[in-house]
Design a protein around this ligand. Structure first.
Ligand code: CP3
Length: 344
């Protein structure tokens, strides 16, 4: 008798570019404010404090799996959780995002990042979740060095990442020292999740699309490539995602992931020609979930058709679920993706 395992799931198979029983689908930010049950359990609780409570993390992580029938759970956490564990004074402000009390401006600030963060609460949460999930895979994640550095240097969300770029151009030694420290922290955060049972990991370089290809190669690629390289023998597939990265898809593929995430701006058949021998993930515009169902459904079918050009396709949005999304729309997308015959 064979038992189903996460390693045999449609998601993991698609990441490895193996034939699938149906196209796997999950949504970035599937656990969050679009779900009434999420808003209920988070009421009055600080975001980072919530991330430190393993039973609450387990409950929130499982909510979208129960309601939506998605092919994977993604750990409820945040890219700044390891920064806080490494001693950075960071807060997540609702409606804004991460805010850092003392932004990083020079070499002395880099040393403030502890190399030995306590992430035992993450391991505990992952173990609880994996035990509940059974054959459904859990996706672990982390922020990539550039996106983390942007929050640290800007002190908060940024439109053009000017202070971050100014540091990289003015003081490349400090920039590379900062990114090297962040790469170590990212590897540590991802390893904790893999060791505790995560079956896939996603590296979020959400804001890399702000960079030219030449700057990405010079200032970012070596650090993201090291993170992905250090996890090459982990046995779990690695997804690498950014927003507005159409012109960077080839170089982001070179960073070494197994799957490249694509936002809604580039069709997946075009993306597939850019990423090299890798699977793709995406790429429905999250705003389409605010459209009438038939309008959204047409574009779900288009994304599925374009995804057939890739060696493997994980259906997702081009970025996170918007808080005002009706969860019934998410459920209908999952059902439509599952009802569509897989490639070949
Ligand atoms: O369901 C999931 O995708 C898993 C949970 C998850 C969160 N953050 C929870 C969260 C994941 C994968 C992240 C990653 C993250 N955090 C990224 C990369 C992904 C992306 O969106 O590009 C980034 C850039 C962050 C930083 C961050 N944290 C932002 C921009 C925000 C939004 C601020 C807001 O209120 O709109 C957060 C807060 C955050 N992280 C929320 C959630 C559910 C909302 C907080 C709340 O519900 O009060």
């Amino acid at each position: 008798m064979t038992t189903a395992t996460p390693a045999e799931s449609a998601l993991v198979r698609a990441c490895w570019r193996k034939p699938v029983p149906h196209r796997p689908v999950w949504f970035m930010r599937q656990a969050g404010r679009s779900l009434p049950e999420y808003r209920r359990v988070r009421q009055g609780l600080d975001m980072l404090e919530s991330c430190r409570r393993p039973e609450l993390v387990c409950e929130i992580t499982l909510q979208p799996v129960r309601r939506l029938g998605v092919d994977a759970a993604i750990l409820f956490s945040d890219i700044v959780v390891p920064l806080a564990a490494a001693g950075i004074d960071v807060d997540i402000v609702a409606g804004t995002g991460p805010v850092v009390a003392e932004p990083v401006r020079g070499a002395a600030d880099v040393a403030r990042l502890s190399t030995d963060p306590d992430l035992s609460f993450v391991a505990e949460a992952v173990r609880l979740i994996v035990a509940e999930l059974g054959p459904t895979p859990l996706i672990g994640f982390a922020g990539a060095p550039f996106t983390l550095a942007s929050y640290l240097v800007e002190g908060g969300p940024s439109r053009n990442h000017a202070a971050t770029k100014a540091l990289m151009y003015r003081d490349p030694d400090t920039w590379h020292a900062l990114c090297a420290r962040l790469a170590d922290l990212t590897v540590t955060f991802l390893r904790v999740q893999i060791d505790a049972g995560a079956s896939v990991v996603q590296l979020f370089d959400s804001w890399a699309g702000a960079l030219s290809e030449v700057d990405y190669r010079r200032y970012v690629l070596p650090h993201s490539a090291r993170v992905l390289g250090e996890l090459a023998d982990s046995g779990v597939p690695r997804i690498h995602f950014g927003v507005g990265t159409g012109s960077l898809l080839t170089v982001m593929g070179e960073a070494g992931a197994d799957v490249v995430g694509v936002d809604w701006r580039v069709p997946l058949d075009v993306a597939a020609t850019r990423v090299g021998p890798r699977a793709v993930q995406g790429n429905l515009d999250p705003c389409l979930l605010l459209a009438p169902w038939e309008v959204a459904a047409d574009q779900v079918r288009r994304v599925l058709a374009e995804g057939e050009a890739a060696a493997g396709h994980v259906f997702n949005l081009g970025h996170g679920v918007l808080p005002q999304t009706d969860p019934d729309m998410l459920r209908r997308v999952v059902d439509l993706v599952h009802a569509t015959p897989p490639p070949r």
